[in-house]
Every structure is written in C-alpha cells, then in structure tokens.
Design a protein around this ligand. Structure first.
Ligand code: DC
Length: 230
C-alpha cells in the first residue's frame, strides 16, 4: 500500500482544456479532482458578497478563516460548495473570473489556501488530480506527475466563448479574448506563485490536438505511474 495517493498536477492558462481533461481523467481513473481555480473563485465570490475590496489583505485573511469550501461529484458534474450553498454556477460568471484573478494575486490568500488544497488531495484513496496554475511549482512540487497544458491564445478564447455562448452569455469573441489577455497577464506577472510550467513538467500544446487525445495521452502516463506506485 503506497504511503500517499498518486498526485497528478495539471497546470496551465485559462482555456487550455485543463478542466475538461481533468474531469474526464478523474472519472476514468476514479481519482479525486481538486479544481483549485474553483477555490480561488469561492474566495472572490465571498469577498464580493461581503463587499471586501480585492486588495484588502487583512479582511481577505480573516475571510479565509470563515470559509468552508468543498466539492461533491454528482454524475458528470463536480459541484462546488461554499458552506451549504452550491456555488458552481455563480463562481463561473465573467465578473467573478476577474475577481478571482485579483484575489489570487494576494500572497495572504495563496498561503491561506495551501493547506486546504493539499488536504483535499491527500484525502484521496488512490490518486488525486489537481488542476490550477501553481500545483507543480508550489502546492505539490513533489507531485508524482506534472503536466502543463497550453494552447494558442485565440484558440483558448474561442473555446471559452463557445462555453459562455452555450450558457446564454452574449459576450463577443473579441471581448472574451481581451479579458483572457488581461487575466493571462495578471496570472503570469504576479509576484506570488505566477503561472509557469515547473521545470520537470511535461508540456502539452492542445492547439491542434483534440482534447480526447490529450486525455488518452495523460491516461496512459498516469496508469503506468499508478502501476509502479501501488
Ligand atoms: O482555472 P480558473 O480560471 O478557474 O482560475 C480562476 C483564477 O484563479 C485564475 O485567474 C487564476 C487563479 N488561480 C491561481 O492563481 N492559482 C491556481 N492554482 C488556480 C487558479
């Protein structure tokens, strides 16, 4: 029996396909899925609801101590709860996307969420997939497997646009691309745990590869690692 579950880090920018790939992979492998972006989004939603400015470190720090964030898989969906409230939809709004990018740049928020991310992953039976921006560099620098998923910015924006469109959001592709460029800049240029590939991460460009192929590639690698890990 291995001492801890197999830890798989999947990092990359918004729209690279991390969420889709992580969700399918976790289901196929029966692994826990820790969507760390959703955790930052919960903090942003709670801060917005309580009218806490996104750069007020003292109040953000105090807020973290009051939040109970959890996940519940139901069929195809990974629901996110803030206390007893299912916030899966409200945390995905464009407003909260921008707010999440801002609160996630605060070192007090990043430090405060480290333990939760590690705890959720280590509670898994066989393995856990963590998707985010700094999993392979900060949260689990000793992850068993690290992948960095990226894609051409226009292709990423188009994927996000299609997703929003299906939900009834009427933003233009140009507006989605502009917002994404802004978020990419904030995520990569911030001082605290910026978005970057770990030196030992496997880089995967999903620009011209169907996500089903990305899943197959990752599944093969994870299964091989799992066989050695057991
Ligand atoms: O993956 P996402 O779009 O749901 O992430 C929301 C925001 O949270 C995004 O702007 C980057 C930030 N984030 C982060 O800084 N570190 C992580 N591990 C995950 C997300």
């Amino acid at each position: 029996m291995a001492a801890r579950p197999l830890i798989v880090a999947i990092d990359g920018p918004a729209g690279a396909g991390k969420s889709t790939v992580s969700k399918i992979l976790a289901r196929r492998l029966n692994f826990a899925l820790v969507d760390t972006g959703a955790i930052y989004r919960c903090v942003a939603l709670a801060a917005r609801d309580q009218k806490i400015p996104f750069d007020d470190d003292d109040r953000l720090g105090a807020l973290l101590d009051t939040l109970i964030i959890s996940f519940k898989v139901e069929g195809e969906n990974n629901h996110v709860f803030l206390g007893a409230r299912d916030v899966s939809d409200p945390i995905r709004s464009p407003e909260i996307s921008l707010a999440a990018s801002q609160v996630s740049s605060r070192p007090v928020v990043r430090a405060g969420l480290l333990e939760l991310q590690r705890r959720l992953a280590l509670a898994a039976k066989t393995g856990a997939i963590l998707e985010g921006r700094d999993i392979g560099t900060v949260v689990f620098p000793d992850a068993d497997l690290k992948f960095f998923l990226h894609a051409d910015p226009t292709i990423r924006a188009r994927r996000r646009y299609e997703e929003l469109f299906q939900k009834g959001n009427e933003k233009t592709l140009a507006a989605v691309l502009k917002e994404q460029t802004h978020r990419d800049k904030e995520d990569t240029e911030r001082e605290a745990a910026p978005l970057k590939a770990a030196d030992d991460a496997v880089l995967i460009d999903s620009s011209s590869m169907p996500l089903s192929e990305v899943v197959s590639q990752l599944e093969q690698t994870v299964r091989a690692a799992l066989a050695k890990h057991a």
